[in-house]
Write a protein that binds this ligand. Sequence first.
Ligand code: PLP
Length: 385
Amino acid sequence: MTFQTSNRIAGLQPSDIRLMTRHCERIGGINLGQGIGDLPTPPLVREGAIKAILGGHNTYTPSEGILALRIAIAEKLQRDNALNVDPEKEIIISSGTTGAFAATLTAFLNPGDGVLLLEPYYGYHLNTILLSALEPQYVTLKAPEFSLNEESLRAAIRPNTRALVFCTPSNPSGKIFSKNELSIVDRVAKEHNLLVISDEIYEYITYDGHKHISPASVGELSERTVSIMGFSKTFSITGWRVGYAVAKASLANSINLVNDLLYVCAPAPLQHGVTAGLKAAPEYFQELRNAYQRKRDILCDGLEAVGLTPLIPQGAYYVLANIAHLDYPNAKAAALGLLERTGIASIPGSAFYQGSEGEGLIRFCFAKEDSVLRDAVERLRKLNL
Ligand code: PLP
């Protein structure tokens, strides 16, 4: 017996990220495609979760998460994000940042509503928008600066546009949005009554003194912004699935309703683990930044040396590199060709754009051990460009 798949998944496909990972495994290459951080999880976080399991914290929590975690997050938001938030009413713990995002879309948007994405975008944002039967609309940010300008944002708005989604620091570009750019978002979103969803999962991974600014801390954006944050990258626990949404109480209430229906709650003992992690000393966050900055420099210096000019990221742990001068018809062919020739997997830039801008780019992830990155750079030398 066969069943027809739903209209909502028609046309959705596993991403190029999975495809490249499969090819990479087949040839035993180095996977700089997928964004899996492999720094060690801080003992504080691991032990907090183990203690919680042994202590019997294994049943459902409130759908919005345990209060101790929400209080710890509110303190962190005050300290690091200039956001003053009520832990009882304005924070919803979810199944990863991904869960918080899906719950937010479902809570506020109807099928056919338009959602603006700043491209290059994060593929899961696009696919979750499609899965929710929403209409993706695009504002292209031009490399190498990826600056947001007011005219292009305004020009992209359609009569059905209801929301704007972006990440800062950005996956894949590493762009960190400035106060000035966020003020543009504030102005335009107010004028068009847009919901703003800012994915800030890489907030602690920033370079060269660039500072992460939470959009909700700018102008009047807190009224209409859902800030989506999480622990996957900060504590290297991508498999734990703990993230959260921060929004004014009236918005958070609806997100919580959907969060309950979709996920019931985030994993109980792991919520305790990240609560313990949030007590980490400030040096932890500085060391995290230093470690990734070192990794960024190993890979970017290596890419520069072999002639794959990197667009140096300001944050997150990816780098887009130029491949337009190579003899390949498109980015996918280039990424596959590179994998065959050097054993290094990357992601074609076309995975992050609707238009053709991505065809001259590939993305590498540098959340790998230093020795793996050095080995990767050695292998890339074989290209002899
Ligand atoms: N948002 C962005 C921009 C990401 O790059 C990723 C993972 O790569 C996620 C969200 C996933 O977050 P989580 O593990 O909290 O669901």
